[in-house]
Design a protein around this ligand. Structure first.
Ligand SMILES: Cc1cc2nc3c(=O)[nH]c(=O)nc-3n(C[C@H](O)[C@H](O)[C@H](O)COP(=O)(O)O)c2cc1C
Length: 287
């Protein structure tokens, strides 16, 4: 799984330095060699080698992309101009854009390089409309029947809109992606959110509108048949949903958000906390 082109290797040791699993070391000929048991397949060795001497996990350096990104201001502008879209054209996004979005997902980071996310795409507006109609009908039914109403009281404040036929949950989006993780993934609660954050920004860089959808996530929770319909594999939990499609609205400028509290910790000694304060912190951190 790990090959070094001895003609190319300059014995710089960068691959060894950057191997966080400590799976690499120089052999007697001063060439890096691997302890495969320790490797967790992050491919940092392939990425860091300045002369492209390392192939790993069947991947050759000549098949990697060059790194040419140079304009952080463009990224900042993209982040600032990102919006939640709630108006979409009633048409399919181009196949090319959908393909690019799917391809990008292979590059998102996962804790411990677990790399086992599952993405269920609805990339056909007709399928989306079927899905939407099914969910909306079930919500309206439940909202008008007393015994079930309590389960979905989250939707109560939208009752009027639902009865008016408004698409409160899916915002008229022609597409959605549902990300799921194995329930035993080391970072099951974080990996899906990272993936969708990358998805959102890359989508908006291509003028594709997106919207995080907590309401759809709730629907997946209370209607288990939806996960089956989406072919979410056994042992996986649907984590979050993002709507997307060709926007039917254009934002002319960025917003001006209230700043978060962002503090730099100063040099100093640790405070001695009393027992009660310690316990408060302890339980608060566990929440
Ligand atoms: C985790 C999360 C869940 C959200 N769920 C919904 C949702 O169910 N429906 C919706 O219309 N917007 C949803 N939003 C969008 C937020 O309401 C939105 O971020 C907020 O209105 C600010 O607008 P902006 O994203 O354009 O800055 C969600 C956003 C996040 C981050």
């Amino acid at each position: 799984m790990f090959e070094v082109d001895k003609e190319k290797c300059i014995h710089c040791g960068l691959c060894i330095k950057d191997c966080s699993a400590k799976a690499l070391q120089f052999n007697d000929e001063n060439v890096p060699e691997i302890d495969e048991k320790k490797c967790f397949e992050c491919q940092h060795c392939l990425a860091v080698c300045p002369v492209g001497a390392i192939s790993v996990c069947g991947k050759k350096p000549e098949n990697s992309d060059k790194i040419y990104f140079q304009n952080p201001d463009m990224i900042l502008n993209l982040i600032k101009s990102r919006r939640s879209y709630r108006h979409y054209k009633q048409e399919n996004l181009s196949k090319d854009k959908i393909q690019k979005l799917k391809y990008m997902l292979n590059y998102v980071p996962t804790g411990c390089n677990f790399h086992k996310l599952h993405f269920a795409f609805i990339d056909d507006i007709e399928v989306m409309n079927q899905f939407r109609d099914y969910v909306n009908k079930k919500i309206v039914d439940a909202l008008t029947k007393k015994p079930v109403k309590a389960i979905i009281n989250k939707f109560n404040r939208h009752l009027k809109s639902f009865l008016n036929g408004e698409d409160v949950v899916f915002r008229g989006a022609p597409h959605m992606v549902v990300v799921s993780t194995p329930v035993d993934a080391p970072c099951y609660n974080v990996d899906p959110m990272i993936a969708l954050s990358y998805f959102e920004l890359y989508a908006q860089s291509m003028n594709v509108g997106t919207c995080w959808c907590g309401l759809a996530e709730f629907c997946l929770l209370i209607m288990p048949e939806l996960s089956d319909y989406l072919n979410i594999p056994k042992g996986y939990k649907a984590s979050y949903v993002m709507l997307f499609g060709e926007p039917d609205i254009k934002y002319a400028r960025t917003i001006q958000p209230e700043p978060f509290e962002i503090e730099s910790v100063q040099k100093g000694t640790f405070k001695k906390l009393g027992f009660v304060d310690k316990m408060k912190r302890y339980f608060w951190n566990l929440k």
